[in-house]
Design a protein around this ligand. Structure first.
Ligand SMILES: Nc1ncnc2c1ncn2[C@@H]1O[C@H](COP(=O)(O)OP(=O)(O)OP(=O)(O)O)[C@@H](O)[C@H]1O
Ligand SMILES: Nc1ccn([C@@H]2O[C@H](COP(=O)(O)O)[C@@H](O)[C@H]2O)c(=O)n1
Length: 454
């Protein structure tokens, strides 16, 4: 049943984008005078392990319009007697909203079990996608369970000031209705509107979300997140202080080449970078830089917005160190911007590789204010070989490493995101051979690309 739950396919193609623009024009006239929540455009992210391989999109409006309504048959969970509910986080303050998203996600997945699927939901006002983006969840229950609404109301009651709770119902005329609930007291339905069909929107709420809260293309943007959270996470001020110190002596002109080594965990980056350091008499730097690593654990447990802001600022601190070191010798860097970007994109876009934004999309571009390396090498090994190496190494794994190990699709998506990066792109090196063979291969690429004497 769940596999048939594919309302609209997702590939971000131009023809559909044009149709979406036409829909926007219709909607802006349609929603005049209506409350905000009605005109939102919703994206439900794919989640392969929950049997939803593609994202799907819908919007809502009052009953007196001419756009096609979503048919209950196209939303099988309702057609087959199940239930659907959505929770949107309305808190305007982004740090609180990000933390609430994380807390609610954990609570919903733990507490609503037994046939329920909790999917990530994003929504925006088409007139202002970036200013109006809200996170949330869609809770689908395949089984007919009358108590689910009561259970959700009970669970969500304490957050009622910060969320909008809706249920979805199949109407007698065959369409679907979105019903907005007031969570005060027993809870009562306030208003309802029709659920409309939407094809792939441009911009996709999933991409808007990446650009707003997972990837920072300007130092200023990442710093402002750390500044905002410094009252609740004092470590953020420490990171900002180190950034300020590191940038006091920034040298923009590099005299020696800067070479970055990238790849998934256990592909052999540390092994190779140590050997390159010796072979090239180079300086070896790692990202995130040592000086901010004491706070890594703290930020790794925070929501994406804060976690990625930490890694982004780490790249700029790293850039200052790279610029300094490149005055004296060749610099080898173990991970840099491409890691931050590929992992963010791979995590924030659900499902598999086909759901990634198309090649040359703006999200694959290098930040204009970040020092660029001369060469980026991406190490790849087969899944089987990578697992052998992880087990042999025997170190404790992070949550992300565990997910990478268990989820082949996730790994492929991150590697594909790496390969789509541009300006600079990655040179892919098959690192399955012996350590010495990989080293010699990479050295030959370095000699070819960088003006280094043999
Ligand atoms: N070419 C190779 N052939 C066989 N084993 C290798 C090779 N390169 C590295 N290894 C082994 O694989 C394991 C992982 O290597 P390494 O720590 O260098 O990977 P990494 O990419 O730096 O990992 P991480 O990103 O998780 O720190 C180590 O035990 C290392 O000795
Ligand atoms: N520039 C960077 C470096 C790292 N990350 C994140 O860290 C994780 C991998 O680091 P390891 O020390 O385990 O190799 C990975 O999950 C990245 O998300 C980053 O974002 N940016």
């Amino acid at each position: 049943m769940w596999s048939s739950f594919r309302l609209h396919s997702h590939s971000l193609c131009k023809r559909q984008a044009a149709r979406f623009k036409a829909l926007l024009v219709n909607m802006s006239s349609l929603n005049q005078g209506c409350e905000n929540w009605r005109s939102r455009l919703f994206a439900v992210d794919a989640n392969t392990s929950l049997g939803i391989p593609d994202p799907f999109y819908f919007t809502c409006a009052n009953s007196s319009h001419h756009l096609p309504s979503l048919n209950a048959q196209e939303w099988p969970v309702l057609a087959q007697g199940g239930s659907a509910h959505s929770v949107c986080i309305t808190t305007p303050q982004r740090i609180s909203a990000a933390r609430l998203q994380k807390a609610l996600g954990q609570k919903l997945t733990q507490e609503v079990q037994g046939g329920c699927k909790v999917l990530r939901l994003l929504s925006y006002q088409p007139q202002d996608p970036y200013g109006s983006l809200q996170g949330g969840f869609l809770v689908l229950n395949a089984l007919s369970c009358p108590s689910i609404q009561a259970k959700l109301q009970d669970l969500l009651g304490e957050y009622k000031q910060h969320i909008r709770f809706c249920s979805y119902q199949a109407g007698t005329e065959g369409g679907i209705w979105q019903c907005l609930w007031d969570l005060n007291g027993e809870g009562k339905e306030i208003e309802r509107c029709r659920v409309l069909k939407v094809e792939v929107p441009d911009p996709s709420p999933l991409v808007v979300n990446i650009k707003k809260s997972a990837l920072f293309y300007k130092l200023e943007a990442a710093c402002s997140v750390l500044q905002e959270c410094s009252t609740i996470i004092p470590e953020a001020s420490e990171v900002l202080k180190l950034l300020k110190d590191a940038r006091k002596t920034v040298n923009s002109e590099k005299k020696f080449p800067v070479i970055v080594i990238e790849g998934l965990d256990a592909t052999g980056k540390s092994t190779l970078t140590e050997s390159l350091k010796y072979s090239l008499r180079a300086e070896l730097l790692k990202s995130p830089p040592e000086c901010i690593s004491p706070w890594r654990k703290t930020f790794d447990t925070e929501p994406t917005l804060l976690r990625r802001a930490y890694y982004a600022v780490g790249n700029y601190i790293g850039a200052a160190q790279i610029a300094e070191a490149a005055q004296m010798s060749t610099v080898i860097v173990d991970r840099y911007w491409h890691s931050t970007a590929a992992y963010s994109i791979g995590t924030e876009i659900g499902g598999g590789v086909p759901n990634l934004p198309e090649y040359h999309h703006e999200i694959y571009q290098w930040p204009s204010d970040l020092l660029k390396p001369d060469l980026v090498i991406l190490l790849t090994v087969s899944d089987e070989e990578r697992l052998v190496r992880i087990r042999k190494r025997g170190l404790a794994e992070t949550v992300e490493e565990k997910e990478l190990e268990s989820n082949r699709m996730f790994r492929q998506k991150i590697e594909e995101a790496y390969m789509r990066m541009e300006n600079p792109g990655c040179i892919v090196v098959d690192a399955s051979a012996s350590k010495e063979t990989v080293l010699q291969h990479v050295l030959s690429i370095i000699y070819r690309h960088c003006a280094l004497a043999l």
